[in-house]
Design a protein. Sequence first.
Length: 245
Amino acid sequence: METNNRGSCLGWLIGLAALAILGWLAYSTVLAVQQTANSIAQPVNSLGTQVAQALQPVDALSTQVAEALHPTPTIMPDPVTIIHSVRSLARLETVQYTVEKVVTAEEGPNSLRFLFGDRLLFVAHGIVIAGVDLAKLQPQDLWAENGVLYMRLPPPEIFIATLDNQKSYVYDRETGLLTHGDIQLETAARQVAEQEILQAALEDGILDVAQRNAEAYLTILLRDLGFHEVIFVESTPVPTAQPTP
């Protein structure tokens, strides 16, 4: 019996020793694999860092080339400011039109335009403001009868007709092979665009709208001042002198 017990204990001890040896071998194998992987990854990471460092001068050079080809404009206004005049205004702005026009400006003979021609397409975004100048209102233009206020307003007029430079731009420009283009062509296109924008607003009846809006605004204002009824009288046209036969 004692011999059998000793044999079984010895077998257990041998099994535990074998398990310990196998566990140590497995741990050693895993550790060796990790060290090998780290040793392989370090050169790869180092190579990636070297490639990134090598590309940095290329990126910096491309940035410098882009800045050289498309430099940022330097604008230096003159510190001296000259005020020519100061004038008091009493303008009642009653309507604003926003107009967009496309203007094509070109010069040069058609047959030789590919050599000496110049052509641009300008997109103009303009603003036209109209109203009534109350400074032109005279004392005889207002009178009251039986609690009714009569008013003769000055004729409506255009106060501002200009381009919005932030929204206006040259869409396309083509120059001939033997010319650099006319530096005044864009200026001429802008001037024509301003005239076209003003003409478009006039044709759409901006002055009539300005007259109606002025009468509506002044009616509310004068009624708040105590006049129960306000009547606007049209201006009598001044007769022109007839030529003597």
